[in-house]
Write a protein that binds this ligand. Structure first.
Ligand code: ASP
Length: 426
């Protein structure tokens, strides 16, 4: 199936799943009814879960092989250090910008004024790890365990070191490098196979999510909910568009059009990790980022770059401070920028983890962690939306780094435009 048709089918599946799921929700069927038991809780649930499991299946081998190849290629480049620094620097900078935007807008809209605190007492906060331990945990002592546990930060460190060593090991290393490149091709083929059934998977996921989503919580938290959505939209439409226009030098609208399947996957799976196979494919084949840049920058971003998550954490911090009537002051805000940027590195790209690392941010600025109970009710929908921002951020930075290294192929970007207009005309 050609790409534009596949994108169209994924989007149709997403909208259809949303509409049918919402319809089932509002019909408020009996929990034992046929639709609830055999369709929502049976067929569609199984379809969605199998789809997510298959996406996740690809993540560890994909990140590992792709980063070994990426780091290996870069190690041959004489400015590997510069590319690495540029990538991490841009990831951190955009995340910090996202939090500043979140704190500013939240301070204007005041989402936490007049909130009822009764719910917060019922929340048993999970222990958040200390920042020192978070840093130590990045370094693997057992690579097999890291791979088996899917510990992405440890896998990244191991893969990068292995890639560099491979390039330095001369002829012997060359052979392993060639076989890794072959593995990379095979895994990308698996990604393509999965993409063929993606419309069905997305449809099942969207139906089960929206059939079960609790909308009533949104009423009580309407300002918080829309404040997070507003900042996500601003960061997406303003920050990213400016970066794409001026640092990548292409039309942001066309850029977003290319990324539609990535956004649809991010939204329906709520997981940057599960979306990674699609992000990699799209960034290479539809945007024109070279393999050597994308295979390094994109898997790294799916793990450490979470602008959308940081935005939620910024707004949530202001919300909780206001709900408890605690003034954290300017120093507190600076601390939020620092810890939320760090927390986004430690946030795994799976659903809902942003709320757990929020505990780390709150405790650093002396806010009650129980406050998380206040926002949990609306987090599912926000998680879906912030994951879209997380994955688009990865693609944007990958394109910027590629452009600055002369590794952005304008003919791929343009070719896609031609093939799209041809298929529209047909
Ligand atoms: N679901 C988000 C992601 O995978 C992480 C989070 O904010 O919970 O990007």
């Amino acid at each position: 199936m050609d790409r534009s048709k596949l994108t169209r089918n994924i989007l149709i599946a997403m909208v259809a799943g949303f509409l049918i799921g919402s319809l089932i929700h509002f019909m408020a069927l009996d929990a034992n009814s046929f639709i609830e038991t055999y369709l929502v809780g049976g067929l569609f649930y199984i379809g969605g879960q199998v789809f997510i499991a298959s996406l996740k299946l690809l993540v560890v081998p994909l990140v590992f092989v792709s980063l070994v190849c990426g780091a290996g290629n870069l190690a041959g480049h004489n400015n590997m250090g510069v590319i690495g620094l540029k990538t991490v620097g841009l990831y951190l900078l955009t995340t910090a910008l996202a939090i500043v935007l979140a704190l500013s807008v939240a301070n204007v809209l005041n989402p936490g004024l007049g909130v009822n605190l009764a719910e917060a007492t019922t929340f048993a906060a999970k222990e958040s790890p200390a920042l020192t331990q978070v840093i130590i945990n990045i370094f693997p002592s057992n690579p097999v365990k890291a791979l088996a546990d899917g510990n992405m930060l440890q896998i990244i460190v191991f893969a990068i070191l292995l890639g560099i060593a491979m390039t330095r090991a001369g002829e012997q290393g060359q052979q392993i490098r060639a076989s890794m490149a072959r593995w990379n091709e095979v895994i990308m083929q698996l990604v393509l196979m999965l993409m063929q059934v993606a419309p069905i998977g997305v449809f099942c996921l969207m139906i089960t999510l929206f059939a079960k989503l609790g909308y009533s919580a949104i009423n009580d938290l309407i300002t918080y909910f829309f404040c997070v959505l507003l900042v996500l939209a601003l960061h997406f439409l303003v920050t990213f568009s400016v970066l794409i226009r001026f640092l990548v030098g292409v039309n942001p609208l066309t850029f977003y059009k290319r990324l539609l399947p990535v956004m649809a996957f991010g939204f329906s799976t709520s997981s940057s990790g599960a979306t990674l196979p699609v992000t990699l494919e799209t960034v290479e084949k539809r945007l024109g980022v070279s393999k050597s840049i994308s295979s390094f920058v994109v898997p790294l971003g799916a793990t450490i770059n979470m602008d959308g998550t940081a935005i939620m954490q910024g707004v949530a911090t202001v919300f909780i401070a206001q709900a408890y009537n605690i003034d954290i002051g300017m120093g507190g805000y600076l601390m939020v920028i620092l810890t939320a940027t760090m927390a986004s590195i430690g946030t795994a790209g799976v659903p809902g983890v942003g709320l757990i690392t929020l505990a780390l941010v709150l405790s650093q600025v002396g806010l009650p962690v129980e406050g998380i109970a206040l926002i949990i009710g609306v987090d599912r929908l926000l998680d879906m939306s912030r994951t879209v921002v997380n994955v688009v951020g990865d693609a944007t930075i990958a394109s910027i780094v590629a452009r600055s290294e002369g590794e952005f192929d304008d003919s791929v970007f343009a070719q896609e435009t031609r093939s799209m207009s041809a298929s529209n005309a047909a």
